[in-house]
Design a protein around this ligand. Structure first.
Ligand code: IFM
Length: 443
């Protein structure tokens, strides 16, 4: 059996990932505007530990040492996001040059260390100034996003290995606007579907505009995808799983790769279907240079409702109660290849877990569960690649423990432990494992 590290070709991209709101802190510095997550965190009961992102991992003030930390892992890529309200405090009108200074230092610091910079333009922290005008439900936000994307590209585009328009539009639309447990906390299926359409449209129009501007970096989007399976072989469960797959996956991948929304979800939505203008779908279906996939778990579906919580079924779960199911990643990637001939290079832009063995003990974190999780999921990527899926990279979520949205700081996804009282960073056993794996891969 070929050792795992030998199953990946030279040039494969190996990284760690983070996002602005989850690590930066410095919520009010250098002219940064308020984001919808700054606002949402202030709502009583919104965040499990009543915390916020004001300080987070204080990455903004610890940039140089965090860059050294990233380099110490031996990765060749770092995926981060740009906080739109740092760059354009209201999301419309004036840009704030100081906001991009920070990201320029970040990108140049990565370059100096020989690490590719992968920037995401929208990892959820929309300027509150745009939310006050209707946010992603308002078609004008689409155009504001295109302006912002062009502005970032003009300053940093020559040094980025990849530009991602949006991270996980499903989460923004469904958790933020239908279920309401993420910012901006809206509960309306109608608004959520319109939001998803505007996110996709802004992605397509941004790609068009960046290409017209002569963008040099590969351009793509990042989707959170699960492999969706029926709970039993009963026809009703199979039909329910198909519909769930359409809602969660094909609602995004069909317009991106085929230029239409799936008919089954459109039929289900009825009057809640989005308003789609002539030309929107053609704009959304811009050719992409890559697809980013964030994979954590699978979804088992029965006719009686979706079941994300595998704990009750006695299956292995992470500290999020998400089932640990590496084969689902292979299945998902093969499904994407089957459904979309001509699939561009695929990067796993997030994969990882929060685990109960994450405590610092005698100055160490022995996170064996995370090591097993990472090894098995990297193995799942190798199996997909062996079946012809055009895999190009893999990035661990996350570089370090951070603000896990509505769970606050209670869930730890990092391969580096963060002591929030002192901001001390301690690489966990999983960081050492990843470093050794990458050293073997480099040979
Ligand atoms: O922390 C998040 C990240 O921001 C987006 N993808 C899933 C991660 C874990 O929940």
């Amino acid at each position: 059996m070929t050792p795992l590290h030998r199953q990946f070709p030279p040039g494969f991209v190996w990284g760690v990932a983070t996002s602005s709101f989850q690590i930066e802190g410095a919520a009010h510095e250098d002219g940064k505007g308020e984001s919808i997550w700054d606002r949402f965190c202030r709502q009583p009961g919104a965040i499990a530990d009543a915390s916020n992102g004001d300080v987070a991992c204080d990455h903004f003030h610890r940039l140089e040492s965090d860059l050294d930390l990233i380099a110490s892992l031996g990765v060749n890529a770092y995926r981060f996001s740009i906080a739109w309200p740092r760059v354009q405090p209201q999301g419309h009108g004036e840009f704030n040059p100081k906001g991009l200074d920070f990201y320029e230092r970040l990108v140049d610091g990565l370059k100096a260390r020989g690490i590719q910079a992968w920037a995401t333009l929208n990892h959820w922290d929309l300027p509150q100034g745009l939310q006050d005008r209707g946010g992603w439900n308002d078609r004008d936000t689409v155009h504001r996003f295109v302006d912002y994307a062009r502005h970032v590209n003009a300053r940093l585009g020559d040094r980025l290995a990849g530009i991602t328009t949006h991270n996980e539009p499903w989460v923004i639309a469904t958790l933020g606007h239908d279920q309401g447990n993420f910012a901006p906390g809206i509960k309306s299926r109608k608004i959520a579907t319109q939001v998803s359409h505007h996110l996709l449209l802004s992605h397509g129009l941004a790609l068009q505009a960046l290409r017209a501007d002569g963008a040099k970096s590969p351009l793509g989007i990042v989707l959170n995808l699960a492999s969706t399976v029926p709970a039993t072989a009963m026809p009703a469960d199979i039909a329910a799983a198909d519909l769930a797959d359409s809602r969660g996956r094909r609602w995004y991948t069909d317009p991106l790769f085929k230029g239409h929304y799936p008919a089954d979800v459109m039929a289900e939505l009825g009057a809640d279907a989005p308003v789609v203008h002539d030309g929107d779908l053609a704009a959304i279906a811009q050719p992409m240079d890559y697809l980013g996939v964030n994979y954590y778990t699978r979804t088992v579906v029965s006719a009686s409702g979706e079941d994300w919580n595998a704990k009750g079924r006695g299956l292995p779960v992470s500290d999020m109660d998400w089932e640990i199911y590496p084969q689902g990643l292979t299945d998902l990637l093969c499904l994407l290849k089957r459904d979309y001939p001509g699939l561009p290079p695929v990067y796993i832009t997030e994969n990882g877990g929060a685990f109960k063995d994450d405590a610092l003990q005698h100055g160490r974190v022995q996170d064996d569960d995370r090591i097993a999780y990472l090894r098995e999921h990297i193995g799942a990527v190798a199996r997909a690649m062996a079946q012809g899926v055009p895999m190009a990279g893999y990035m661990v979520w996350s570089l370090m423990d951070n603000f896990e949205w509505s769970s606050g700081y209670l869930k730890r996804f990092g391969i580096v432990h963060v002591d929030y009282a002192t901001q001390a960073r301690t690489p966990k056993a999983s960081a050492a494992w990843y470093r050794a794996f990458l050293r073997d891969w480099r040979g």
